[in-house]
Design a protein. Structure first.
Length: 204
């Protein structure tokens, strides 16, 4: 059988802190013809071992390498090696994996708000850039209202809400593409206007 191991299976197999589950997890990993170690599972594994079990980075790296060296294991080894290199340097395993995969996908620069990650990657010769928390002013983002062509400025309190379909390039619906041209203010033709409620006189 060819299996993909979830993070909890890897944790039980490594830690052995749940006798029944640990025995089952180890048996499944040993008898499988192929064990696929997905990168997200490895990133989660490192985070769990570090934050929940307080295991030092060196011991985590050793545990990851034991998994990687399994005869029946398949995985993206270069990406995992990049994560281990950053982990051994005092950084985050996931940052190393992200930077490697981004480079493999064609990116030439890793950007982040994480100062330590940028510093460590730069020391290793990577192309990196630290982002400022106070960038120069940019065009006001817009969001769609009731799926019409009517647009309004994004409220500041909603800036942290992830709305990929409303700001990512090419992610707008076909209807919104036809009504809004790049670089132009949206047309309000054909859209419903927002009316203020009639003012009701107060009786004295």
């Amino acid at each position: 059988m060819k299996i993909t191991a979830d993070t909890n299976v890897l944790v039980r197999a490594i830690m052995g802190d749940n006798e029944r589950q640990s025995r089952v997890a180890q048996a499944e990993l040993m008898k499988a013809a192929v064990v696929a170690l997905a990168l997200p599972a490895l990133c989660e594994l490192v985070r769990v071992l570090s934050q929940s079990y307080k295991i030092p980075p060196g011991e985590i790296a050793e545990a990851i390498r034991r998994l990687m060296n399994g005869a029946n294991v398949v995985m993206n080894r270069p990406a995992a090696e990049a994560g281990l290199a950053l982990l051994n340097a005092g950084g985050d395993f996931a940052d190393g994996v992200i930077a490697y995969e981004g480079s493999w996908l064609g990116a030439d620069t890793f950007i982040s708000f994480h100062k330590k990650a940028v510093k460590l990657m730069k020391a290793r010769g990577g192309s990196v850039r630290l982002l400022s928390e106070h960038p120069p002013s940019i065009a006001t983002p817009y969001v769609l209202v009731n799926r019409t062509a009517l647009l309004r400025p994004l409220p500041s309190k909603s800036a942290s809400v992830f709305r990929p379909a409303e700001w990512m390039p090419g992610a707008a619906s076909s209807s919104s593409r036809s009504s809004v041209s790049p670089g132009r203010e949206p047309s309000l033709a054909g859209s419903r206007r927002l009316r203020r409620p009639a003012r009701v006189p107060c009786r004295r």
